[in-house]
Each structure stands twice: as structure tokens, then as C-alpha cells.
Design a protein around this ligand. Structure first.
Ligand code: COA
Length: 315
């Protein structure tokens, strides 16, 4: 497949580190050196599905396709207000889609997992035009009394439209299932028969374990995938790395021994927006006019699961 349109949409409320330090024992001086984050967009009166539909509409407009041209839609999302129907159906309704609407919860690498699915269906001759939307509101997952998690995240949505083409050069997916590293639980409706103890727990994260996993998984996958594609690092125009933390991105950059200018970044004013991160970064880089036909983009993302993924795309 080939990406022919990108879009993104952000909540209007911008929360700076100084605003956080008004109610949390934290500071800009602590957050910036450890994460690279200065501010983040956080949902206030918006609905996530509206941001998602807005990002999708922009990607569709850029692609020149109509909603009726789309024959497969995947929404990547971790948490939203609806347990059912899937967020894809809610967004699909807003857009007027009539194609299959599919949801995946593959955490931060969700965009690459979605790419893998549409590429496989395309290779099987089952679609021509696909829409992927990554919509996330991690600000609603963390406790805002927990300074070790809530400072890290921001909300938003990103979208891509794909059509026939052979621009996806390779995809590499990886899992190290360990549900105690990043997790959140909520209580379901009670029944007369539930005897087990149940608790609702906001997002928990073993930050240092996740850091190690992210750097190791990303560098291993990127090198393996480039070699599988018959490419070297010299062929790469940009690394589109999941914007979780500037220190993670710096470690990846150092390990790969690649220059700063190959790593577009928006972590400073977005924070970690989970699977939306790579798609928002792609859209912003695209709209700045930085992408040229033939550029090689390497996507790399990692997160809860633990899951990670890499993809090599020709622009
Ligand atoms: N402000 C001030 N102090 C904070 C703080 C904050 N926002 N968050 C944590 N601290 C404190 C801790 O309470 C702890 O204090 P203590 O020593 O008195 O107990 C101290 O800072 C060190 O905490 P620790 O969690 O060990 O810090 P760290 O150096 O590991 O940095 C992260 C924390 C989260 C920045 C780091 O682990 C990280 O970047 N992990 C990867 C997380 C990530 O990006 N996950 C998403 C991947 S998808």
C-alpha cells in the first residue's frame, strides 16, 4: 500500500509543566531533563471521537478520496468512554463510512499493527483503499495525583489514508507479554455472582523497565528490518519514533549512531499520545513540507503489552 493522505487533530487545552506544578509536587526542572516534555494537549470539553473524525476528514481531504472509496477502516485506541460499540463504529458513523470498522488495542505501536493488517489484507486482494485512525486520551487513564505518570501523556488523534501501491517495504512486530509493566484496570458492572475482589486502578507503569524495553526493542527491530529490506541506515531519510520520552529517543539515536536531523520530534509540546503519536508526528512532518517522494521513513514504536513494532515505508 501507499500513504496518500495524513491528518491530525489536537485538543485546544495546552497544559504546561508550570501548570502541573500548581497542584503536583513536580517542576519544569524535573520534567524537561527526564522526558523532554514542556507541555501537552489535554481533552477538556472535546469528545475523542470528534478529534478522531476531524483527523480522518483532513487525511481524506489530502488524499483526494471520498468516504465511499474507503473499503476498510481500523481504529487504534487504548481507552475511550465507550466499552461498546467499538470506537471505529462511532467514528465511522460520524464520517459516513459503510466499510468494515475494526478496532485494535495494541497500545503505542497500534499504528504499525494497523498498517500490518491493512497491508496483509491488501496483499490478499481484499481492499484498495484503507483508513487508519489512531485516537487516544491517555490523560483519562492516569491519576492526576500521580506525578510519575500524569506528566508524561497528552491526547490527540492522527490519521492516514492508504491506497494501492508497493511503498510499505517491511513491517516487524514483536511482543514480550508482561502485563505488570504498564497496566490499568476498571471495575465492570456487578452481578449477583461475583465473589472475587475487584479494584479500579489508574495507569501504573514500571518506568525504568519500560525504558529498557523500548530502547532495546526499537534498536533491535530497526536494524533487523532494514537488513531484511536490503537497506542500510544510509538509506533512511527519517526515523519516526514513538514520542514517549526524549531520553528514549536520544538513546535510540545514539545506539543507531544516526544524526539528530533524521529524528523529527514533537515530544516537547505533545507528550506521549500513545498510538496517535506516530501519526501526529507524520502529519506534522508532512504538512511542514519535509517529506519528498522516495524518502525512506522508518517507524518505530513500543508500549504496553509489552508490544513493539517497526515499519519501513517509502514516501
Ligand atoms: N516530578 C518530580 N519528581 C518525580 C516525578 C515528577 N513528575 N516523577 C517521579 N518523581 C520522583 C519519584 O517519586 C522518585 O522520588 P523518590 O526517589 O523520592 O522516590 C524519583 O523522582 C525517581 O523516580 P523514578 O521513577 O525512579 O525516576 P526515573 O529516573 O526512572 O524517571 C521516568 C521516571 C518515567 C521519566 C522514566 O522512568 C522513563 O522515562 N520511563 C519510560 C516511561 C515511558 O516513556 N513510558 C511510556 C512508553 S510507551
Amino acid at each position: 500500500m501507499r500513504i496518500i493522505g495524513t491528518g491530525s487533530s489536537l485538543p485546544k487545552k495546552v497544559v504546561t509543566n508550570d501548570m502541573l506544578s500548581e497542584f503536583l509536587d513536580t517542576s519544569d526542572e524535573w520534567i524537561v531533563p527526564r522526558t523532554g516534555i514542556r507541555s501537552r494537549h489535554v481533552i477538556s470539553d472535546e469528545e475523542l471521537e470528534d478529534l478522531a473524525a476531524d483527523a480522518a476528514a483532513k487525511a481524506l481531504a489530502a488524499s483526494g478520496l471520498k468516504t465511499s472509496d474507503i473499503d476498510y477502516f481500523i481504529c487504534s485506541n487504548v481507552v475511550n468512554e465507550y466499552l461498546t460499540p467499538g470506537l471505529s463504529c462511532i467514528i465511522g458513523y460520524k464520517l459516513g463510512l459503510t466499510c468494515p470498522c475494526v478496532d485494535i488495542n495494541c497500545a503505542c505501536p497500534g499504528f504499525i499493527y494497523a498498517l500490518d493488517i491493512v497491508e496483509a489484507r491488501w496483499k490478499a486482494g481484499k481492499l484498495h483503499n484503507a483508513l487508519i485512525v489512531c485516537a487516544e486520551e491517555p490523560s483519562r487513564m492516569t491519576s492526576w495525583q500521580d506525578r510519575s505518570t500524569c506528566v508524561l501523556f497528552g491526547d490527540g488523534a492522527g490519521a492516514v489514508v492508504l491506497t494501492d501501491g508497493d511503498n510499505i517495504r517491511g513491517i516487524n512486530l514483536h511482543a514480550e507479554p508482561s502485563p505488570d509493566k504498564i497496566w490499568q484496570k476498571r471495575i465492570l458492572e456487578p452481578t449477583p455472582y461475583i465473589t472475587k475482589e475487584e479494584v479500579s486502578v489508574p495507569l501504573q507503569m514500571k518506568g525504568r523497565d519500560v525504558f529498557r524495553f523500548a530502547v532495546n526493542a526499537s534498536t533491535t527491530q530497526v536494524e533487523a528490518l532494514l537488513s531484511e529490506c536490503g537497506m542500510t541506515k544510509d538509506d533512511v531519510t527519517y526515523y519516526m519514533v514513538h514520542q514517549a520520552n526524549a531520553r528514549i529517543i536520544d538513546s535510540i539515536k545514539q545506539y543507531l549512531a544516526e544524526p539528530e536531523e533524521k529524528f523529527p520530534s514533537n515530544i516537547a509540546d505533545h507528550g506521549n499520545s500513545s498510538s496517535a503519536s506516530c501519526t501526529i508526528l507524520l502529519d506534522e512532518t508532512n504538512r511542514k513540507g519535509l517529506l519528498k517522494k522516495g524518502d525512506i521513513l522508518v517507524f518505530s514504536a513500543f508500549g504496553a503489552g509489552l508490544l513493539s513494532a517497526a515499519a519501513v515505508l517509502e514516501w
